[in-house]
Design a protein around this ligand. Structure first.
Ligand SMILES: Nc1nc2c(ncn2[C@@H]2O[C@H](COP(=O)(O)OP(=O)(O)OP(=O)(O)O)[C@@H](O)[C@H]2O)c(=O)[nH]1
Ligand SMILES: [Mg+2]
Length: 256
């Protein structure tokens, strides 16, 4: 008789992506709070890839000390980090969250349940459906995110409550099928826009949002306008697709 762990259902590998640039204050708490034991109890294996944006502080050392694999990026931008890391992402499921310990990591099991049990291809952690801690999101960010989310809902004819969220989950096939061109913070709206245009089932789960550790990398005016432009651009661009390796589970968990 095999031991209990081996008899347990293997529901696949979850690759957790953590983009980080100069996040020495947040990367440790972010990685420590990842609910990997809960994922294991649900039947998922997990691995953590920290996508480091050429940090000049102790981010890489802190991540390595916690057993994460660090992928070093040479060109700037969160979108660039994701694109460069893609060939290294082999999970049946992919989770992405920021390294500043703002997205409450206890939402990750719900994210996985939406993908693995409820048939979603893509799921986003919605801060508007969760609790925003005092001081976590200023009025300008709050208004900007609401306006961009309304614009996204109108452009793509799909209700979206938090298009700028940094917490995402994907089935492996969906993650690799998305054609991504973003280099910076327009990444999230491109993920949403391309998912909607691909006809993926997009779900939302509530996520609590905590005050940031360390300084922001966002330039509100410049990035806000750029994000709005990318919502429109992605909506009307000729359809493209990414490079889906064969063998990833398709909708409903069927390999295609
Ligand atoms: N790899 C990589 N990560 C980056 C880069 N720029 C930002 N990031 C990370 O992307 C995530 C989001 O950046 P934030 O500065 O938190 O942006 P934000 O959440 O919109 O803004 P805040 O509300 O101020 O936190 C963080 O984990 C950053 O460290 C980059 O050039 N490369
Ligand atoms: Mg942040």
């Amino acid at each position: 008789m095999p031991p209990a762990e081996e008899r347990r259902l293997d529901r696949g590998l979850v690759t957790i992506l953590v983009p980080a640039k100069n996040e020495e204050a947040g990367i440790g708490p972010t990685l420590d709070a990842l609910p990997r034991a809960t994922l294991a109890a649900m039947g998922f294996r997990s691995e953590v890839l920290v996508l480091d944006g050429n940090s000049r502080d102790r981010t890489r050392a802190i991540a390595r000390a916690r057993g994460a694999t660090v992928i070093e990026q040479t060109l700037p931008g969160k979108g660039t980090a994701l694109r460069l890391a893609r060939p290294r992402v082999g999970g049946d499921y992919v989770v992405m969250l920021d390294a500043d310990h703002t997205y409450a990591e206890d939402a990750i099991p719900a994210l996985l349940a939406a993908l693995a049990d409820d048939g979603a291809d893509v799921v986003l952690g919605s801060r508007r459906k969760g609790w925003v801690a005092p001081g976590a999101m200023g009025p300008v960010n709050r208004f900007g995110n609401l306006a961009l989310s309304l614009l996204a809902s109108a452009l793509y004819a799909r209700r979206c409550s938090d298009v700028c969220t940094g917490m995402w989950g994907f089935r492996g096939h969906a993650f690799h099928a998305l054609h991504i061109e973003a280099s910076g913070f327009e990444l999230e709206v491109e993920l949403f826009g391309r998912s909607a245009r691909a006809g993926f089932r997009i779900a939302e789960v509530p996520v609590d949002y905590l005050p940031r550790r360390g300084g922001t990398k966002l330039s509100r005016a410049r990035d806000g306008l750029r994000i709005a432009w990318w919502l429109i651009r992605t909506r009307f661009q000729r359809p493209r697709s990414g490079t889906a390796p064969s063998g990833y589970p398709g909708p409903g968990g069927v390999a295609r």
